[in-house]
Design a protein around this ligand. Structure first.
Ligand SMILES: Cc1cc2nc3c(=O)[nH]c(=O)nc-3n(C[C@H](O)[C@H](O)[C@H](O)COP(=O)(O)O)c2cc1C
Length: 181
């Protein structure tokens, strides 16, 4: 039987959401940010734009504004514990949240403040184009400037994940996740 829900139920109902690890180097002190992000979406093909939605009270919010760049890392299901950790601990207590999460930092390609993680099976770097306050969150719009993916998991010719090899992370609710099969 369908029952009337609180309006906030739309958040759970619109999932599961593919979940990414967004990383950045803070130019003020070289601290490394890593935040789990499930509210994220492509916005345009030409130009290539991607949007992530972050609460203003997250440490990463200010760090992206300072850096002017962010990297969207796709981590496989094998790294679910690290993504969960990054999504449940604030970077305010860590100079290097990437390392604290148990991940290996690697330098980005497009900018000195772009940083990534070795465990990612793909990542794309975005140059920050627009910061839009939306309700109680902030929409960061980035222009995708550099993309790389592991051919074992991503068919570069098709531009699509290989469903035989890639096991991706989708957030369902609280600590519950799904993957593809
Ligand atoms: C699966 C998952 C998805 C999340 N998605 C988002 C999101 O899209 N936007 C957001 O602001 N916080 C999101 N969070 C919460 C942040 O990742 C979390 O508060 C994190 O500790 C913030 O770290 P920071 O303070 O170092 O930026 C998510 C958490 C989890 C576990």
């Amino acid at each position: 039987m369908r029952t009337k829900c609180d309006t906030n139920a739309f958040i759970g109902l619109s999932g599961p959401h593919p979940t990414f690890l967004v990383t950045v180097n803070d130019p003020r002190n070289n601290n490394k940010a890593a935040i789990a992000v499930a509210w994220a979406t492509p916005l345009s093909v030409k130009p290539p734009l991607f949007g992530i939605v972050i609460s203003p009270n997250k440490a990463t919010n200010d760090m992206i504004k300072e850096a002017g760049v962010f990297t969207v890392n796709v981590l496989p299901l094998d790294s679910i514990d690290e993504v969960w950790w990054a999504g449940t601990h604030t970077g305010r207590q860590y100079e290097n949240k990437i390392a604290a999460a148990g991940l290996t930092e690697v330098p980005g390609r497009s900018d000195k403040n772009a940083t990534s993680v070795q465990e990612a099976i793909a990542s794309f770097e975005c140059k920050l184009m627009n910061v839009i306050p939306i309700g109680n969150h902030t929409l960061f719009i980035g222009r995708v400037v550099s993309v790389d993916a592991d051919e074992e998991y991503f068919d570069i010719k098709k531009g699509a994940w290989n469903p035989e090899t890639a096991r991706l992370i989708y957030h369902l609710a609280s600590g519950a996740f799904l993957t593809n099969c």
